[in-house]
Design a protein around this ligand. Structure first.
Ligand SMILES: [Zn+2]
Length: 327
């Protein structure tokens, strides 16, 4: 059949550019869905942050390694050349994910470049949480943040992680605006704090879903502010497309990162899979094409070259890599 096959065109070009870059995942918790924890799938995000505590406590380094390795092989098989993953480092899991991560990186170093970022599910303000944040920051390539975990003290959370990034000369990746509501303004706060901390061009916003719920004037203003701060973005398309229905009126939009507006504004956007087969995303299987398809469909965005950039070189940029193999 003679027709314009855009999917093949994208896949061919991704291959030509060296392969997929999965810029955001949580491979230490992927494939942890079980009959035991299936009951948690309807619970709100903030509860899920702690609902894995039992699993984290009971997981051995070997078990964590096995999950990471299973996911990594799935990535290699579909042509992912670079993978950026958060790993939990906190008082619950302690340094078990660090140990597994080190082993994983050594084992797969010939087939895939893996960049680690610390997830701070206990926040960074509480004394104990902060001490684990410091331990985690030493190990990882990129400092991770989750201001929503220190609710009401988001500014302080950002100040702490940005200061750590600056001191250690590391980039910072932050989960922001995940709840799909105009009540959230975390991307704005992140951009302001980035400028204040003189960390421009070193900070990456993950998700940014709530931006799409705001009015156009606000969105435009924030895109420009993000551009000024040199903030780049990672969209994880299937991660929030399941955002729950609410009776709050807002701008009509799909619950994804508004790439159709960000890219024309000059903001670099990469993609990631986020959670894979766990209590957050029981059906997300880590397939990169599925993620790219979701973002192009939900944003009505058909710019082939830009989509290929998102899936490849932009991923390298947000992970602080020049050619994919040097940091
Ligand atoms: Zn995440």
């Amino acid at each position: 059949m003679d027709y314009l096959n855009l999917k093949s065109k994208i896949l061919d070009n991704v291959k030509k550019r060296g392969g997929w870059v999965n810029a955001h995942a949580h491979i230490d918790r992927s494939f942890t869905l079980s009959n035991d924890n299936l009951k948690y799938v309807y619970r709100p995000l903030q509860e899920k942050w702690l609902l894995n505590d039992k699993l984290k406590r009971e997981s051995t380094v070997d078990r964590i390694y096995d999950r990471m390795a299973f996911t990594t092989e799935k990535m290699i098989k579909q042509g992912v050349r670079v993978l950026g993953s958060f790993i939990d480092i906190d008082e619950v899991i302690e340094d078990k994910a660090i140990k597994a991560a080190q082993r994983l990186r050594d084992h797969y170093k010939k087939s895939i470049k893996i960049i680690f970022i610390n997830q701070v599910l206990q926040g960074v303000i509480d004394k104990k949480a902060y001490s684990w944040f410091k331990i985690g920051s030493e190990f990882v390539d990129i400092i991770g943040g989750l201001p929503g975990k220190d609710k009401g003290k988001e500014e302080k959370h950002l100040e702490i992680i940005l200061a750590a990034g600056k001191e250690m000369k590391k980039m910072v990746h932050v989960h922001v605006d995940q709840l799909n509501t105009a009540a959230e303004k975390e991307s704005e706060l992140l951009a302001k704090k980035t400028i204040e901390a003189k960390m421009c061009d070193r900070v990456v916003a993950i998700h940014g879903i709530s931006l799409a719920a705001h009015k156009k004037q606000y969105r435009k203003r924030i895109y420009r502010l993000m551009k000024k701060a040199g903030i780049t973005v990672i969209a994880c398309p299937t991660a929030w497309i399941d955002s729950r229905r609410s009776e709050i009126s807002s701008t009509t939009h799909n619950a994804v990162t508004p790439i159709d507006e960000m890219i024309p504004e000059g903001i670099t956007v990469a993609i990631g899979t986020d959670n894979i087969v766990d209590i957050y995303k029981p059906f997300t299987d880590g397939d990169m094409w599925t993620e790219l398809r979701f973002i192009l469909e939900s944003c009505h965005y058909y710019e082939i070259n830009k989509l290929v950039d998102m899936a490849t070189v932009n991923g390298l940029k947000v992970l602080g890599l020049k050619d994919g193999y040097s940091n």
